[in-house]
Design a protein around this ligand. Structure first.
Ligand SMILES: Cc1cc2nc3c(=O)[nH]c(=O)nc-3n(C[C@H](O)[C@H](O)[C@H](O)COP(=O)(O)OP(=O)(O)OC[C@H]3O[C@@H](n4cnc5c(N)ncnc54)[C@H](O)[C@@H]3O)c2cc1C
Length: 420
């Protein structure tokens, strides 16, 4: 590829904050709520005009893993802000029929949640925006993170682009919840990625929503999820390409978008109850499952996840199955493994926390914590840790872990303290 030398120039400073969060998906929005509620001046940057990330912009409208999908499932592993969002969704009739069969014994008004729920993505946009706004976090929508401002190995701020042009924003702590580890990557943090089919990985896919099916339709056999009058369908799978490369991402979009009507027609042949169904929407972004993963101060492995390993620096618990473990859905035989705080701390770079689907782990472990309930627990932990770091005037890697854990538990999070 040819290079063009871009001239250096002065750009405006948009502001200075305690905490900047890059990416408003399930990890970023929970981080923003936690950071702001803990008293940090917080700015959330998001490239779209609403929150939710994959849940809304990619219509991944089935939130999994508030607890184990199979017994032992007594421990609800995602509580705190993640559960609060679901209770608020329930209050406005925003939850629906997951494609996974559920026990019905849980009292959602009290925050007791089953393994999985379908969500109405529009109501999810509304509730999450309301909660972030009410927590007092500032939001900058339609804004793209483009670079970091670094002094030696410490990240001090970010460069963004939007309709107003290019600007700099400074903060004591930056949280990378971009899903693709964009900030960590630009900061020079080591990372790993399976770009094509050279190793095991999960592929990307285009979700779409349909209407026009009978009210009594069971979404299970269709592998769709129903909320309100719409069913979200796992649509065409993309070729195994690199979702962090603009040209390859475009190729994924073109291929899957040109296939959706055939996809529905094929589905109709197997499922006569869908004979009158019509596609009503897709999101602006294909569902990108995985790109870069940071190499953090600790790398969680499948052996540890399968053994239910517990760590002194636990900040979240995950009981989600490994969805494609050597070709089959591998359920956990325990009530959840711990996610250590060190998985959120990038190697070599200071002033930065990473949360969401790109934290430091191997492939199978990611396939477990990638579900949106554990992702929300991880986000809450990152936002709380960032607020503590700014309050105590220390770098994120130097915070008092007992204080973080106590704060999380006081906020209602589950760190394994209720294990039997
Ligand atoms: C096809 C598919 C099926 C799935 N099935 C399920 C399922 O059934 N149940 C389940 O629970 N989970 C499922 N998942 C996984 C789950 O949806 C994701 O792991 C989770 O949503 C990731 O959340 P996140 O916040 O880490 O990242 P994301 O949701 O990717 O959020 C990242 C956010 O950052 C923003 N962003 C990115 N880069 C920039 C930038 N440079 N500047 C500004 N903003 C930026 C994005 O717009 C986005 O809002 C599925 C995922 C896919 C793709």
């Amino acid at each position: 590829m040819k290079n063009y030398h871009e001239q250096a120039r002065d750009i405006p400073v948009y502001g200075e904050y305690d905490v900047i969060i890059v990416g408003g998906g399930c990890a970023g929005l929970t981080a923003a709520i936690a950071s702001a509620r803990n008293g940090a001046s917080t700015l959330l940057i998001e490239r779209f005009g609403y929150l939710g990330g994959t849940a809304t912009a990619s219509l991944m409208a089935n939130i999994n893993a508030f607890r184990n999908q199979k017994e032992p499932d007594y421990l609800q592993t995602t509580k705190g802000i993640g559960a609060e969002i679901m209770v608020e969704m329930h209050k406005i009739d925003g939850l629906g029929q997951s494609s996974y069969k559920q026990k019905e014994k849980y009292n959602i008004e009290e925050g007791e949640l089953a393994y999985s729920y379908a969500i109405d993505p529009e109501k999810f946009k509304y509730i999450t925006l309301k909660m972030v706004h009410e927590a007092g976090a500032e939001i900058l929508f339609h804004t793209y993170f483009t670079d970091v401002i670094k002094e030696d190995t410490q990240v001090k701020g970010i460069i963004v682009e939007n309709k107003s042009g290019r600007s700099a924003i400074f903060a004591d702590v930056i949280i990378d919840t971009s899903g693709d580890a964009d900030v960590a990557y630009k900061a020079g943090c080591p990372f790993w990625q399976v770009k094509h089919d050279e190793d095991k990985r999960l592929g990307d896919g285009l979700m779409y929503r349909i209407t026009g099916f009978p009210e009594e339709t069971d979404s299970g056999p269709i592998h769709g999820s129903i909320a309100g009058k719409c069913m979200t369908i796992w649509g065409p799978a993309a070729p195994l390409l690199n979702g962090a490369d603009a040209a390859e991402l475009t190729e994924e979009e073109i291929k899957t978008r040109l296939e959706i009507y055939d996809h529905l027609e094929k589905l109709k042949k197997d499922r006569p109850e869908l004979k009158d169904a019509e596609i009503v929407d897709t999101g602006p972004l294909i569902g990108v499952r995985q790109t870069r993963f940071i190499e953090g101060k600790y790398k969680l492995t499948a052996e540890e996840a399968l053994a239910g390993k517990q760590f002194d620096d636990v900040i979240a618990v995950c009981a989600s199955p490994i969805i494609h473990y050597y070709g089959y859905r591998r359920f956990l035989e325990h009530e959840g493994f711990d996610i250590p705080y060190r998985c959120l701390l990038p190697q070599e770079i200071k002033g930065l926390l990473v949360a969401g689907r790109c934290i430091s782990s191997d492939q199978p472990t990611y396939e477990s914590y990638r579900a949106m309930a554990p992702i929300m627990s991880i986000g809450e932990a990152a936002g709380t840790a960032a607020a503590i770091a700014t309050e105590d005037n220390v770098l994120p890697e130097k915070i008092n872990i007992n204080k973080l854990q106590k704060t999380l538990i006081d906020q209602g999070a589950e760190l394994g303290q209720n294990r039997k």
